[in-house]
Design a protein around this ligand. Sequence first.
Ligand code: FES
Length: 161
Amino acid sequence: MSASENTLIPPELDAEFEELAARYPQKRAALLPILHRMQEVHGWISPEVMEAVAGWIGLAPVEVEGVVSFYPMFRRRPAGRHLVSVCKNISCHLCGAEDVLAAIEKRFGLKPGETSADGRITLQAVQCLGACGYGPMMDVDGTYHEHLTPDSAVEILEELP
Ligand code: FES
């Protein structure tokens, strides 16, 4: 499928992917960065996005789906306006990540993997985000919030527009 036939991969994105794929010995090796970029652009990895990527990269859609379903960082449902990722790996866990997560779940009435009814927040529990010395921590739309308490985490999220 060429870029002109694929509205999910417009020409500028097609050019970006060509440049990206040129860094690898095989086009298919660029699958992960391409999926990340598609998620940034489209907000999630829909079946149509998987099909478009498969067509672009020369894989069967089922192969792309296998990769998307393997990695928890790929969203297979539309996300809310704010993406909240609470680290629950060992360092954060030992510093109270479970209490932080429980407070968020209770206040906003959602479990990891869910989006609040008003579409404001998508919550996910994730593995280490590389800020292990500053736990418990969460990433909100790409900004790290560290040394959280259950109350401070809820406050941060309440202030989101
Ligand atoms: S364990 Fe939480 S950031 Fe590493």
